[in-house]
Design a protein around this ligand. Structure first.
Ligand SMILES: [Zn+2]
Length: 299
């Protein structure tokens, strides 16, 4: 923070959380594209809808105008323009839980002021993708999440058959409506949690047992909410859960395939449920607590 000088910012942000603050003010946590996570006060936000309108809903993608003030921890939020709102698609229980999961993870995991464009684009892509709007929105197209370099999984050949299967999958079968959104949420949560683990450096190596080094490629692996790495069946820790060989392959495929491409496939709740549990459990292990928003997703 510069001494004695106000600094104005104008940039993209995702609304993470709001708290009532003083009488008619709101305290907001924002994940901004250019400044990382920022906390600020929206004065009179409860009374004046003009400056913020519906832009204070968590998961809203906004252009935020805010001012850093000397010797003030909190920025002053001046006004927001909505770039995309979660309220633009019908709200249902499942989708709400999915959207909340994304903002809860960002709020918990991202340190204040840590800029991460990969995480920002991942979050936008998943928020849109869970809302049935992955295509046709130019804002989304420019924000599309591409695989960052340097975080590829080890090339062990497991993904090859899966990748081939994906390349044959029909691309023009975008499901629509309520059912489609449900499907999009199961995929979106799995995709988001796996990618967050990769981007944060928390994704364990899945090809070998962390205890005995046994080659586990093509085999099921065991993971534990209480320990790092995955193991063979013999070395599994108490309370370990299995991750099927198919789901391990799916995790590699998800790392190599865009969300819109994956959405062209069927993703019912049962598909890769063990992979979703693994991805959520790995996030929670590193966060050191359970995700409240994962409860309604009842793994
Ligand atoms: Zn082992």
């Amino acid at each position: 923070m510069a001494q004695g000088k106000q600094i104005q910012h104008h940039g993209e942000a995702i609304v993470l959380r709001t708290w009532p603050f003083h009488e008619a003010d709101l305290l907001l946590s924002l994940f901004t594209r250019d400044e990382g996570k920022v906390k600020g006060v929206a004065r009179h936000a409860m009374r004046s809808r003009r400056r913020f309108g519906g832009a204070l809903e968590p998961a809203t993608h906004v252009r935020a105008h805010y001012t850093e003030r000397p010797k003030q921890e909190l920025v002053r939020l001046d006004s927001f323009e909505i770039l995309w709102s979660p309220l633009s698609a019908p709200i249902d229980y499942l989708r709400t839980a999915g959207l909340q999961l994304v903002v809860e993870v960002l709020e918990e995991v991202m340190p204040d002021g840590a800029v991460d464009d990969h995480v920002f684009r991942l979050a936008l892509t998943v928020l849109h993708g869970m809302s049935g709007s992955a295509h046709g929105n130019p804002e989304v197209a420019t924000a599309a999440f591409e695989r960052p370099l340097g975080v590829m999984p080890p090339d062990d050949g497991l993904g090859t058959i899966e990748a081939r299967r994906a390349s044959c999958a029909p691309r023009d079968m975008e499901p629509r409506g309520r059912e489609a959104r449900g499907v999009a949420v199961w995929l979106g949560v799995t995709y988001f949690c796996l990618w967050m683990n990769r981007l944060m450096g928390w994704m364990p190596e899945l090809g070998h047992c962390a205890v005995c080094g046994l080659d586990l490629r093509g085999e099921p692996v065991w993971w534990s909410p209480a320990g790092d790495g995955v193991t063979c069946v013999d070395d599994r820790r108490p309370g370990s859960l299995a991750l099927s060989a198919e789901s391990v392959g799916e995790s590699y495929r998800i790392a190599r395939t865009s969300l819109p491409e994956l959405r062209a496939e069927e993703w019912p709740r049962e598909r890769s449920a063990d992979l979703r549990a693994f991805a959520l459990g790995t996030l929670e292990r590193h966060m050191g607590r359970r995700l409240r928003s994962a409860v309604p997703l009842a793994r």
